[in-house]
Design a protein around this ligand. Structure first.
Ligand code: NAD
Length: 503
């Protein structure tokens, strides 16, 4: 899968349980964000390469869908045990290519494992319904069947967890998959592919296609691919949804976010300040569930800002493999883009309370560093508010009332996650009912649902109507079929051209 030439690895596609170099000749560099060093070259598929990988998934489908559920689930259990035993290896790969700190990388793998746990229960999740004697001597039952080869396209910020939202369920339900990871941190998926081989998954069931728009476009348009599960930025999610559905596929396309936390005057400010730091700066803000806007209601803003500053000043910024609290950003270009948002906020008149642009990190001189940045007195027409920044930048917006805060959130085009901090159960209950966001936390800053619930936002944070994992995930990767049967009974013979009714 990966061949090392003078420390730089070649990261190939993967099909039929082995590496596939492809024929495009195109590659993209993969870097360690904490040092800036190029550590790998990932293959970028041509249309031909993509077709070869998709054909492997197509060829493997008939046998896999007919493999007994018991055997499919046994393979899933073996995969679960192997992953659980070796998750630190995967976490280290994530830190080396993404930059997030070791504990956070392990957390990502653990949340992905939850979906594998769920998929181990597929026999229960796939059970259909049966009605005996629905009409005289007629029985009706329903089954759910796999779709075929399915495409999974993931973003850079969770190189393992996001594809794991989908493939355990897809595979356990009898589909074959093609995963197209982010070209920025592609190695985690190849490591997972090798683990599947060890778990005994037949060739062609789990395939990896590396690449950029060319690879994605082939997945979106190739008739062999029956569904697309996409996670990434909103403009691409919108494009993927429009193109995939236009080619007759079912599509779930999860997009970007701008997550607000409301802090009411009666909130426990220490709890809220901890939460703002953890959810604002964890993974350097490169989480779709990061809190990027703290909405301070009433006269608590000065105290809240002071508490956030006090906590943030204790954070160690540096190489994620060396015990830091927060690592670098994914690329130099992204680091510079995030910094330019801070510049724009400053020019627009917001107050830069903590300035990450001048951070001194415990990491390589050429690493992509930007420290935690806290910006107060942010207004909703500033670009630091209107745009998804996807970096360690927390804005504080001051408002007078709960209603003003709620109106702001509901007017925002994104609707991924949100949180309210309060000790007032009535206010919390009102918020969960009124807010137009898919995932809501009450005194919980990053309300990522457990695997047996479904993950997904509203508005520009999700295109399609099916969220990831949970029962919605099982429905997405299966088609319903209802069978009406009558076993031969001579008394029911005879012609009747009318529409079938009951007797
Ligand atoms: P991205 O949209 O740039 O890339 C996502 C995937 O799309 C990658 O595999 C990439 O190769 C591919 N891609 C990029 N440009 C493309 C194009 N023009 N045509 C076709 N495919 C293309 O996103 P990213 O920068 O990797 O990830 C960060 C974004 O993902 C953020 O906006 C974040 O909010 C979002 N995200 C959302 C969720 C969620 O659950 N809603 C979860 C994680 C990340």
């Amino acid at each position: 899968m990966t061949q090392s030439v003078r420390g730089v690895q070649t990261i190939s596609h993967w099909l039929d349980n082995k590496p596939f170099a492809g024929t495009s000749g195109n590659t993209a560099p993969v870097t360690n964000p904490a040092t800036g060093a190029v550590t790998g070259q990932v293959a970028l598929a041509s249309v031909e390469d993509a077709r070869t990988v998709i054909a492997a998934a197509e060829a493997a489908f008939p046998a896999w869908r007919d493999t007994s559920l018991a055997k499919r689930v046994n393979t899933m259990f073996r995969f679960r045990e192997l992953l659980n035993a070796r998750k630190e290896e995967l976490a280290a790969i994530i830190t080396a290519e993404h930059g997030k700190v070791a504990a956070d990388a392990l957390g990502e793998v653990t949340r992905g494992l939850e979906v594998v746990d769920l998929a181990c229960g597929m026999p229960h999740l796939l059970k259909g319904a049966f009605t005996e004697n629905a009409s005289s001597k007629i029985d009706v039952h329903s089954v759910r069947q796999p779709l075929g080869p399915v495409g999974i396209i993931s973003p850079f910020n969770f190189p393992a967890m996001v594809s794991m939202w989908f493939f355990p369920i897809a595979i356990a339900a009898g589909n074959t998959v093609v995963v197209k990871p982010s070209e920025k941190d592609p190695s985690a998926t190849n490591w997972i592919a090798e683990l599947w081989v060890e778990a005994g998954l037949p060739a062609g069931v789990f395939n990896v296609l590396h690449g950029d728009k060319t690879a994605v476009d082939e997945l979106l348009t190739n008739p062999a691919i029956k569904s697309i599960s996409f996670v990434g930025s909103t403009p691409i999610a919108q494009y993927v949804y429009a193109t995939g559905t236009a080619h007759g596929k079912r599509v779930q396309a999860l997009g970007g976010a701008k997550n607000h936390a409301i802090i009411l005057p009666d909130a426990d400010l220490d709890l809220a300040a901890d939460a703002m730091v953890n959810a604002g700066f964890g993974a350097a803000g490169e989480r779709c569930m990061a809190i990027s806007v703290a909405v301070a209601v009433g006269d608590i803003a000065d105290d809240l800002v002071a508490k956030i500053v006090e906590r943030t000043n204790t954070l160690k910024i540096g190489d994620g493999s060396r015990g830091a609290d927060m690592g670098p950003l994914i690329t130099q270009a992204h680091r510079d883009k995030v910094a330019s948002y801070v510049d724009a906020g400053e020019e627009a008149g917001a107050t830069i309370v903590l300035d990450g642009r001048t951070v001194e990190a415990d990491g390589g001189a050429d690493g992509f560093w930007l420290g935690p940045t806290l910006i107060d007195h942010v207004e909703t027409d500033m670009s630091i508010y209107t745009d998804e920044i996807f970096g360690p930048v927390l804005s504080v917006v001051r408002v007078d009332s709960y209603d003003e805060a709620l109106e702001m959130i509901n007017a925002n085009p994104f609707g991924n996650g949100t949180a309210i901090f309060t000790n007032d159960g009535g206010a919390a209950r009102r918020f969960q009912n009124e807010v137009e966001v898919g995932m809501v936390g009450i005194n919980v800053p990053i309300p990522v649902p457990m695997a047996y619930f479904s993950f997904g936002g509203w508005k520009n944070s999700l295109f399609g109507d099916t969220h990831a994992h949970g029962t919605e995930g099982v429905h997405f990767f299966t088609r319903g079929k209802v069978i009406t049967s009558r076993w031969l009974d001579p008394s029911h013979g005879g012609l009747n051209l009318g529409f079938p009714t009951h007797d």
